[in-house]
Ligand binder design. Structure first.
Ligand code: GLA
Length: 395
């Protein structure tokens, strides 16, 4: 009887153990199926939300682009503005590293071009005038005696049409805008397409395209203010900047190029080796005085090599590294000198002096009036195409 009992027990234990192993096996299978489904699900995503309305009553949407790693870029259709850009620090904590506002009201009320697409002409045009084939065109003088960033209602203040474009490993937002003939004084109907693409290697690509039906000028750029610390109460003076430029464009008191290029050697404008923004910014230098800090266009080396690494910004404390690639010939390096603590910051507080920096890839300022600068003229039948990438990583 005891022998029989032991046998039954033994058999039961073996059966249980067998089932258990089988069960665990099934669990494992389920887990790996779940994991591979997750991997399939964890591709990029695009989400659309209503953002608000402009004072003229136009609806503005917000698009949230996310990649597989968790990087997130928020873009609104007003000005094509990047309102938030979340990237990881060295502890893999994702935080917002661009200046901006909490609502459409502040963007439409007063913004120093935070995160916006700039056009038709990024940067300054002397006295707001230029001539094409003997015809003089007059633009708004919205920056002292000069024209700045497209005028009174530039591309940063119009509502763009948006189309979502979803790839397997990319999330794109294609923004289009028709700038009518003589809008802001510029000739030609200009059809503009700006495509933001977020890739899985934490890169935000910006592709600018434009065509015209009349000879005109075009110089588009992106005006994001970065603060890689993600703490907007801190200045950007501790960021280390590299710019691959042997020369820069000296300006007059109204920030219009003198027409000459200057060698950066032995000047505060030498960023060929990584240098903290704060290192020379207070140096006794006539150009820094005119810009009230850095607000200058640096002329990129190897301009004929096409798309290349042009600049980088590194924030040692967070470990965040931003690399800027472009096919444009120059970069306006601006250190938020006009921020003065009056504009409300996201999540409270205000934006104090030098709490953000811009790396605006572009053609040289005032090119339409400077014979020796690369041309910014666009002819009918030609296509303006340029690309800039902002690549984020940690080190
Ligand atoms: C550009 C200009 C600066 C300033 C900012 C916006 O970068 O070069 O002088 O106007 O835009 O405040």
């Amino acid at each position: 009887m005891n022998i029989l009992k032991s046998c039954i027990y033994g058999f039961a234990i073996m059966l249980f153990a067998g089932l258990n192993i089988q069960c665990k096996g099934n669990q494992k299978d389920e887990k790996s199926v779940k994991e591979s489904n997750m991997q399939k699900m964890e591709t990029t995503s695009i989400e659309k939300r209503a953002y608000g309305t402009t004072p003229e009553g136009e609806n503005v949407d917000k698009y949230i682009l996310k990649n597989q790693k968790g990087m997130e870029v928020d873009v609104i259709t007003y000005g094509g503005i990047i309102t938030s850009l979340k990237v990881p620090n060295k502890d893999n904590v994702y935080e917002d590293v661009v200046l901006g506002f909490d609502s459409i009201t502040q963007y439409t009320k007063s913004s120093p071009y935070f995160g916006a697409i700039i056009g038709r002409y990024g940067n300054r045009i002397a006295k707001g005038k230029f001539t094409i084939d003997g015809t003089e065109y007059k633009l708004a003088t919205n920056d002292g005696p000069n024209h700045l960033h497209g005028g009174v209602k530039g591309f940063d203040k119009v509502v763009w049409n948006a189309t979502e474009v979803k790839g397997d490993s990319t999330a794109s937002l294609k923004l289009t805008y028709l700038s009518k003939d003589m809008e802001e004084g510029y000739p030609g109907n200009l059809e503009v397409v700006v495509t933001y693409t977020l890739t899985n290697d934490n890169t935000l690509e910006v592709v600018y395209e434009a065509t015209t039906d009349k000879k005109t000028i075009v110089n588009l750029t992106q005006h994001s203010y970065f603060n890689l610390s993600a703490d907007f109460s801190k200045t950007i003076l501790d960021h280390e900047i590299t710019i691959n430029a042997d020369s820069f464009i000296p300006v007059d008191a109204t920030l219009i190029p003198t027409g000459k290029l200057a060698d950066v050697t032995n000047t505060p404008f030498d960023f060929r080796e990584a240098k903290m923004i704060g290192k020379d910014i207070e140096a006794k230098d006539d150009q820094l005085k005119k810009g009230m800090g850095y607000d200058h266009c640096l002329v990129l080396n190897n301009q004929n090599e096409g798309f290349k690494l042009a600049a980088s910004a590194y924030h040692p404390e967070s470990g965040r590294l931003l690399e800027v690639y472009t096919d444009e010939p120059a970069i306006q390096f601006y250190t938020g000198n006009f921020l003065d603590g009056t504009l409300p910051a996201k999540n409270g507080g205000t934006y104090a002096h030098r709490t953000g920096f811009c790396l605006e890839t572009e053609h040289y300022p005032d090119s339409p009036n400077q014979k020796n600068f690369p041309s910014t003229v666009l002819n009918p039948g030609e296509k303006y195409t340029t690309k800039t990438s902002f690549k984020f990583s940690v080190k």
